[in-house]
Write a protein that binds this ligand. Sequence first.
Ligand code: ATP
Ligand code: MG
Length: 417
Amino acid sequence: MSVRAGILVTGTEVLTGRVSDRNGPWLAESLRQLGVDVGQIVVVGDRPQDLRAALAYLAAGHDLVITSGGLGPTADDLTAATVGDFQGRPAHLDEDLERRITVIVDRLVARFGGALDAQATAAGTRKQAMVPVGATVLEPTGTAPGLVVPAADHSDGPPVIVLPGPPRELQAMWPAAIEQAEVATIIAGAPQLRQTTLRLWGVPESELAAVLRRGGSALDGLEITTCLREGELEIVSRYRPDAEPAQQKLVTEVRGSFGEKLFSTGPTVDQIVASALNDRGWTLAVAEAALSGHTTARLAAALEGTEGRNRFLGGLVVQVPGARVPAEFTPSDDLTSPVAGQARSARAAFGADLGLGIAGPTGAEDGGAHVVIAVDSPAGLDITSFEVRGRAEFVRERASTLALHVLRRLLAQDPPG
Ligand code: ATP
Ligand code: MG
């Protein structure tokens, strides 16, 4: 028996794309970890009739509904009142809550200064302290309180959890929301679900489809989704613990068909490169040309010193061909490829164990756009050229993924002597 939740994201700024939704995906992942299936994420603007229609729609097919946004002090924030109304629970002023919000607002004003219209502030606070009868208040993690609003008496509709819009506030309030008795009871009915991600590099989706078909009924019990992302193919399976043998069968089948191309049964390529460098105690430096610093930034972030020492020493980004660069980065020797020169000079300039050179298309190439990647390591110099076509932002993203896979493969080999 599965437990299903519907998520209602409110806010005209999200609907129009000015702000991209971070609450829907975050809630979906948090619910998944609890074993709760997310049926739908619906986005509506700040219009009461749309909000109401969406509530009716989600309440009909789910055991739990969660809303985000629209809890502020201004008139366009109408989620609490609309949910209360929908659940048949008229609002009343919770005076104690009003006092608690006042303390929070006063503290904010004291900290940030500025003159507030006292009357308007009091009206806003009073609005935020209006609580539907029978609802549970979730203490503010910013200024706005959240709510758990049960269905009307004698109705078997789902409770609605009402959370604030700012992602940090919503995330901070989530633990209190799922501890609330009515919500906890529903979640307790959810089965345990496992999720595993297999990652493939260099495999077309069509080939994978054939392998999955061959797996046939041995894969029953797995909910498999495949997704092509940045040139990597991800296979995500969700399953109950008793379907673990089917999952093992899947791993065996995929490994049997694709061998080394199955590069991970969990961690991302960024994580794999980071831990491989950590295992060897190696450091990395980068010299990047004509890719807007994307590879440098991605490697710097991936290797941020979470485990011991920072493995990323630094990088040089050159955007304009022929730009004057520091002397350490202008190797005078006879290297055939300028990218090899970048790799070698980055390694030498920073005193790193590995130097990575990467160069984007120059615009002057005929017969395709090339990204060239060189790595200078204790094992020698390794140069690879890839053809990447597309708009500049696509090329620089793909180039950074290619660089990570080049590093991953190099680090998968035995360290020299
Ligand atoms: P506030 O008291 O800040 O008004 P609120 O609960 O009314 O809280 P909203 O007005 O809906 O929240 O949103 C406040 C801000 O939070 C938005 O301007 C936006 O920057 C951010 N925000 C809201 N919803 C989302 C979302 N789904 N994803 C990402 N950011 C969001
Ligand atoms: Mg608001």
